[in-house]
Design a protein around this ligand. Structure first.
Ligand SMILES: *Cc1c(COP(=O)(O)O)cnc(C)c1O
Length: 359
């Protein structure tokens, strides 16, 4: 079994590691939780099951400090907020942006407010925002409603927006592409990623292009974005009023970075496609049971999408495919329990238990 992971020894702040590619200077007050440097896991069993021609790698972003890739953007956004003298930040969130904003704000001593769509945020994420001391407001509407209000607030009041419309978020997140190239020695042929508000596909494409222009890599990947079938505005070509999917992190009907996501698709010669909730759940269970990698449902959209394309004959020749697993499975324990068979409850007796185990 072959594993490929960057060295995690002597971790340093993401901003230090990629300083020359980021808009910081020597005076920037870096706010870090030692994010990034996440493993790129070669998934041989998954590749065999999906399409033996492919070498699938999993970029396991769930291993960031707050359990999702949002930390990459947030170390930049909070660093710049402090540098610019801001005292308070705000975001709308399906949960992970809020968790990251809350944690990095706590570390920087900033006030943080998060607006979450009521009843649609996974338990782990809500608990993080609460523990880090953010002002948590459940909005009786969806993510798109919450984002609209947050944009209006940041126009009227002296509060810094830390959604991915904040360009520093994209700057931080593009480092995911750098890390992949640093490990593989080049860009992969294909880069698969879930698409919600579309900041991350925008950021990865920017990262790949910058590394290409710097002569660090010899090729660019084709970008493969995946939206949940019930929340697929980019694929359908129009905003979705009432987006629906169990993958709550990508339950978004009107993505902020729509245009740049389409540009990433078209400039790279890739595609943005849909995956159904059933396909997402299948991939989610498969990753955990076949590779031992537990991600949240939205993250599995990348693997579900590659599986769908492979079944349709999309991949013509052997190729490296990197699937970004955007968040940790423990973010949404309720979903994990719901999709798993129930466990047995038995008295502590050897015969009963051995019998049940078929020993
Ligand atoms: C935020 C998030 C996404 C979607 O990323 P966008 O940049 O909004 O497209 C996907 N998965 C997880 C786990 C997330 O937290």
């Amino acid at each position: 079994m072959q594993l490929q992971a960057p060295s995690r020894a002597g971790r340093i702040p993401l901003i230090e590691r990629y300083r020359e590619y980021l808009p910081v200077n020597d005076e920037s007050p870096i706010v870090s939780l030692l994010e990034g440097d996440t493993p790129l896991i070669k998934a041989d069993r998954l590749s065999r099951a999906i399409d033996p021609k492919l070498s699938i790698y999993l970029k396991y972003e769930g291993l960031n400090p707050t359990g999702s890739f949002k930390d990459r953007g947030m170390t930049m956004a909070i660093t710049k907020a402090v540098e610019e003298g801001s005292k308070a930040v705000i975001c709308a969130s399906t949960g992970n942006t809020a968790a990251a904003a809350a944690a990095y704000s706590a570390r920087a001593g900033l006030t943080c407010a998060v607006l979450l769509p009521k009843g649609e945020v996974a338990l782990g994420k809500v608990s993080q925002s609460m523990m880090h001391g953010a002002r948590v407001i459940a909005v009786t509407g969806n993510f798109d409603d919450a984002l609209r209000v947050v944009l209006e607030i940041t126009e009227k009041y002296p509060v810094t927006l830390v959604n991915s419309l904040n360009p520093y978020r994209i700057e931080g997140q593009k480092t995911g592409a750098f890390e992949i190239c640093d490990v593989l020695g080049d860009a992969p042929a294909f880069h698969a990623i879930p698409v919600g508000n579309a900041g991350n596909i925008t950021a990865y494409w920017k990262g790949y292009r910058e590394y290409y222009e710097a002569g660090k890599i010899a090729r660019l990947p084709k970008m493969l974005g995946f939206q949940a079938a019930g929340a697929a505005p980019i694929v359908r070509g129009r905003p979705i009023q009432n987006p629906e999917t169990i993958a709550t992190a990508i339950r978004i009907g009107n993505p902020a970075s729509w245009k740049t996501a389409v540009a990433a698709r078209d400039e790279s010669g890739g595609t943005i496609d849909t995956v159904t909730d059933d396909e997402i759940v299948d991939a989610y269970k498969m990753l955990a049971s076949v590779e031992g990698v537990f991600c949240e449902p939205a993250s599995a959209a990348s693997v579900a999408g590659v599986r769908k394309l492979a079944a349709a004959g999309y991949f013509k020749e052997p190729a490296q495919v990197v699937c970004v697993l955007t968040g940790h499975g423990l973010k949404d324990p309720n979903r994990a329990v719901k999709v798993s068979p129930p466990f047995m409850e038995l008295p502590p007796e050897i015969d009963t238990i051995a019998g049940e185990l078929g020993l």
